[in-house]
Design a protein around this ligand. Sequence first.
Ligand code: PLP
Length: 634
Amino acid sequence: AALYKIDGWGAPYFSVNSSGNMTIRPYGVGTLPHQEIDLLKVVKKVSDPKSTGGLGLQLPLLIRLPDVLKNRLESLQSAFDFAVQTQGYEARYQGVFPVKCNQDRFVVEDIVRFGSPFRFGLEAGSKPELLLAMSCLCKGNPESLLICNGFKDAEYISLALLARKLALNTVIVLEQEEELDLVIDISKKLNVRPVVGVRAKLRTKHSGHFGSTSGENGKFGLTTVQILRVVRKLGQAGMLDCFQLLHFHIGSQIPTTALLTDCVSEAAQIYCELVRLGANMQVIDIGGGLGIDYDGSKSGDSDVSVAYSLEEYATAVVQAIRYVCDRKNIKHPVLCSESGRAIVSHHSILIFEAVSASAPSALEMNSVGLQYFIEGLTEECRSDYENLKSAALSGEFQTCLFHADQLKQRCIEQFKDGSLNMEQLAAVDGLCELVAKEIGAATDPVRTYHMNLSVFTSIPDFWGIGQLFPIVPIHRLDERPGVRGILSDLTCDSDGKIDKFIGGDSSLPLHEMEGGVGGGKYYLGMFLGGAYEEALGGVHNLFGGPSVVRVSQSDGPHSFAVTRAMPGPSCGDVLRVMQHEPELMFETLKHRAEEYCGDGDTDALASSLARSFHNMPYLVVPASCSLTAINNGG
Ligand code: PLP
């Protein structure tokens, strides 16, 4: 566990049990030992058709944990409740979940249901997000906020006003000044009194990757001049009482409470000014930014680390707003945050398996034979070989390496020339690797583990912005990993690999693939990826999303129950995404089979074709897997 820093990023939800398997503690610190869920058992149950009640789902697999989601929501709420109480803050915290972080129906429905006792609401940033937020909140607490952010046209604004007619507690947050005219016009036409907020462009700048659009020249929100014009215009329209909320968002992953205090204080000053100018202010919405400590370092010195806990975050926010409001003698506003990453990141785990690992090529050496190899060499190469041998005998290790490299380069030239054959070239590779290994220069060679996964589909932020997530074998953690490796995916794309890991490492400690309690299989989990990844993932090489299961803690014979299981998109499904019509494709291929194959074969071919359309695009990995040749170039 220490090797993978699990205690750092995983607490209080993830740890390792006495069998060496990753476990989930679904209720965080309140989890009792018998309630812990063994992740390998979940994977076996879900993927193995032969296990009792096994579902036979294909990997990769996304495991959703609604209990963890509930615990995250409750922890956030109680962190703010505690800060409100201990600091004598005279209003409540009432958060919203920005659905952009994970629009999955069951995730959003869970959040509305679990958050209903404390009026937890939703935030939308586009028309479809608003539609889903509206319908989900119909089953929620009527006081929950529905915050409408993002760029808006007349249709978006009409929809938000309709939501108010449906008695949903909707706030239209102006992202651009022009939206105000539409809000005034349409609300009059529809005869609805809107509740309006503005997104302020703060001067405080978040300098990390996610804050690149913050600050005075940032992309989003209204400037001081524009906010003043909004006040004036609403006043002229007799609608200043509609102006009730101030919002800002300086970017995700705010690294420190110092920066947080800075931006919250600036916003609180604007809030107090708006009260002075006659707006009917009720709510300060501090946006997202509550971060995740992906590398467990709590250092706050990079985009993957934050230097605070939930409690410290809540305390800093409450303290800053109370301080500013008290000095100006302004009633404390209701506190809202749009924390997305912090709510959903822990709730899902992506499981994938290794299909093969590159093996050291020294084996080739034995099968070919040294003599045959030497005979094919030119004079120059042979003298390199003799030099290598004498350096090895006299223990001059650096010289050894030098001659090995020279021999290899010359042999490659000879191969290109056509005077060395493939077996001989393989033999020189084997010899050089053996030399490196023997003299200790490569005692820790980095292997390539081929994973049944698409990085582009399932970990798009790694590919797109270099975001690091903890990746750990979910079993054999009681065995010291013998090698280090990088992870390469199934796509024919050189970017389809993971070669950077938390802690700044360029390889991951891994176990040899053979053996182990996984029945020959080797499973890895990517953790803390519950936010953003699912919607951002594409279908590069036509690999679709993973199978998805919902797993809850259960006090039955097992500590868990699978309450929902969905196979991932089939080959037919992903083809449809690109406008192909799998049914027509099948018919075309079937007719071709009738034309070219014997009558006896046609039925078998047709059902084999049908199966190919129906199955997922990923590899079907046999129990004891050792595929060796997977082309990953390109
Ligand atoms: N609110 C707005 C307006 C956002 O743009 C975002 C995402 O960047 C969020 C909330 C969610 O932020 P986070 O995931 O950091 O909580």
